[in-house]
Write a new protein. Structure first.
Length: 260
């Protein structure tokens, strides 16, 4: 009996040391603290002109399955408060599927440098910056876009005869015909079912395999609404998408017309 008792005690201690949300999931969301807000400003991941602001952002902490075959409990991303619960569900689903992530750390560590984060194969969300190669705000600046495993899922752009791949290590993953661990083709439906149906892998030029987002129109509506109303609006969009899919339409058909 002693070995069995020891295993039971060990099992209980593991459960107690693993944070869980109110619904029993391992990922959980909370408002960002003033200390974290100040840190984001100091590291240039949040500017005063941001359309959301600290009061509308949430920190999601989660466990993830690593490329080393182990479970890690240090995953963190910042997103808009209206979508935080669904982001937590996404990362619970990725863990349950053993979809590997290299790491998931806040952009503060990289002083908001997206290229540095991508080169480090860091999965991330909020970053107050413009779109790549443009001046309009990225969906990341709303906390409504998530990038997953940038090395396995690079940003690819053709400019004449020049091919730009970011990060550089992503050149080994341009062939998408054979799906390898960490490639996003395996998880598109998980994101779509939780309110992020727009996948950069569907885009023609550039193609952004790492990128999932809401529509820009929805982002602007959520940013203008109060926190409680924004959550209701987002939940309504999720339900509308589910009804569309249940009617037999494809993911792309159910997001047709959305402004990216």
């Amino acid at each position: 009996m002693a070995p069995l008792l020891f295993l039971f005690i060990l099992f209980c201690s593991v459960l107690q040391s693993t944070p869980v949300s109110a619904d029993g999931n391992r990922s959980y969301a909370s408002p960002i603290s003033k200390a974290l807000c100040d840190e984001m400003i100091r590291h240039r991941t949040l500017m005063e002109s941001n359309p959301v602001g600290c009061q509308r952002l949430s920190l999601v902490k989660f466990s993830y399955f690593g490329f080393d075959g182990q479970t890690h409990d240090d995953g963190e991303i910042v997103v808009m408060d209206a979508v935080a619960d669904h982001i937590a569900k996404i990362f619970d689903a990725l863990l349950a599927r053993h979809f590997p992530l290299q790491k998931a750390q806040l952009l503060n560590r990289y002083d908001g440098d997206d290229e540095a984060s991508m080169s480090d194969n860091n999965s991330s969300a909020f970053n107050d910056r413009p779109i790549s190669g443009g001046s309009s705000l990225s969906m990341h600046a709303y906390g409504l876009a998530v990038d997953v495993n940038p090395v396995q899922n690079p940003f690819v752009q053709h400019a004449g005869r020049t091919l730009h791949v970011s990060p550089k290590q992503g050149e080994g993953f341009l062939d998408r015909t054979t799906i390898r661990p960490g490639m996003t083709e395996d998880i598109v439906d998980i994101f779509a079912d939780n309110g992020f149906p727009i996948w950069g892998g569907d885009w023609h030029n550039p193609t952004d395999y790492q990128h999932f987002q809401t529509s820009r129109e929805l982002a602007e509506r959520l940013a203008r609404a109060s926190s409680s109303n924004a959550k209701m609006i987002f939940e309504g969009q999720v339900e509308q998408y589910h009804r569309c899919r249940q009617a037999g339409r494809s993911r792309r058909a159910c997001t047709a017309g959305a402004r990216t």
